[in-house]
Design a protein around this ligand. Structure first.
Ligand SMILES: Nc1ncnc2c1ncn2[C@@H]1O[C@H](COP(=O)(O)OP(=O)(O)OP(=O)(O)O)[C@@H](O)[C@H]1O
Ligand SMILES: [Mg+2]
Length: 368
């Protein structure tokens, strides 16, 4: 196993006409045995980062260490990393056992040793009952597990997975997430999992590194990302439905300091210590974030509320999503599905002042 650390890592793809800065000054340390997800929209530099860690792509500048060893100039083999991709790439004429054992054959292990190891890994992945079959007769989920098994059997120091679930249906995905988590708990390997799906990232990883536009935006636990997002980008990217954002201004009256939302009658209360810190930033334009889950229709009446009109009541099984309007402002609240709130009705949704996130209107960074 190994700790993986990236220091000031850059990747610039150069062609004759063009230059793409795919990874910009990335600093990131994945601890030994930790499960980290690299999360971000398409094109933000996730795969480029992985390929540099694996040794498939040259590092334009910066350093990558595995524990204390600088690996910049080591090839993939010497780094001892395994990478699993979305495509399974199994050998169709080999049995599952032969597929699993193949990397060990390349390494020169004896047949009984190969058999033993293939069985061990198959048991962890719950594919020990299909060892005699061939890939063609397996389901997509089983093939994916064989492919993971073939990567894991090499006992890599670092295990890397790139978008392995993008084309798996929702039901199977849930099972695979569970399996991957179990594999990590069993093997305690350093794992880096790349995805653009925040649900996967939050479900699996100990910590999530959020990237956009070639840069790391935040690296933290799901709690950090959810409750103290570093920026509007992270607050928007993490959570479903996405965070409500309001353009607002700070104002003070005899009751204290609050935020007035532009083009609406909405006033958002914040705790007074927070207000003082925001006032010190001396910015006229602020962006306020409140998660739809932080707005409660039948909430504590002592808490402040936003009053608005119901525009849409979207029924989603156990819960409903209300789309509310006040003036030109639209926002959403997640409520119990049995809540009767009809279109056109005026409602009050309560929130706790500590659930209000305030960002600089200029830099879009959080003001804590
Ligand atoms: N070999 C290459 N040559 C030139 N540009 C590249 C190359 N590989 C990637 N890029 C560019 O670098 C940027 C980052 O790409 P990368 O594949 O790392 O993103 P990603 O986050 O993995 O995206 P996706 O979610 O779509 O897989 C993109 O603008 C991409 O077009
Ligand atoms: Mg990619």
């Amino acid at each position: 196993m190994a700790r993986v650390s990236l220091k000031d890592v850059n990747k610039i793809y150069r062609s004759r006409h063009d230059e793409v800065h795919a990874v910009n000054d990335l600093n990131l340390t994945v601890n030994d045995g930790e499960f980290v997800a690299l999360l971000g929209p398409s094109g933000c530099g996730k795969t480029s980062t992985l390929r540099m860690i694996v040794g498939l792509e040259e590092i334009s500048s910066g350093q990558i260490h595995f524990d204390d060893v600088l690996v910049n100039d080591l090839d993939s083999q010497a780094r001892n990393v395994a990478m699993a991709f979305e495509t399974y790439a199994l050998y169709p004429n080999f049995t599952i056992e032969e597929n699993l054992a193949f990397p060990l054959e390349v390494r020169g292990l004896s047949a009984p040793e190969r058999k033993k190891k293939a069985r061990e890994i198959a048991e962890i992945l719950r594919i020990d009952d299909i060892l005699d079959q061939r890939p063609g007769s397996l389901s997509g989920g089983q093939q994916q597990r064989v492919s993971l098994g073939r990567a894991l059997i090499r006992d890599p120091a670092v295990f890397i997975l790139d978008e392995v679930m993008s084309h798996i249906d929702a039901h199977l995905k849930f099972q695979m997430l569970f399996d991957l988590k179990a594999i990590h708990q069993e093997l305690k390997k350093t794992m880096i999992y790349v995805t653009h799906d925040q649900v996967e990232a939050l479900a699996l990883a100990d910590r999530v590194a959020v990237m956009s536009n070639a840069e790391l935006r935040q690296f933290g636990t799901r709690n950090d990302l959810y409750h103290t997002p570093a920026s509007v980008f992270v607050a928007d990217f993490i959570g479903e439905p996405p965070t409500n954002f309001f353009e607002a201004e700070l104002f003070t009256d005899q009751k204290g300091t609050a935020l007035h939302v532009a083009d609406s009658d909405l006033v958002i209360q914040i705790d007074q210590q927070h207000a003082q810190r925001i006032a010190r930033w001396n910015e006229s334009r602020l962006t306020v974030g409140i998660r739809p889950q932080s707005l409660h229709l039948n909430g504590d009446r002592n808490l402040p509320a936003l009053e608005a009109e119901v525009a849409i009541n979207e029924y989603l099984g156990e819960r409903s999503i209300l789309t509310l309007t006040s003036g030109a402002c639209r926002f959403r609240a997640v409520v119990d599905a049995d809540t009767a709130a009809a279109r056109g009705e005026r409602v009050r949704v309560h929130y706790a002042p500590e659930d209000v996130m305030v960002f600089s209107g200029q830099t879009e960074l959080i003001i804590l």
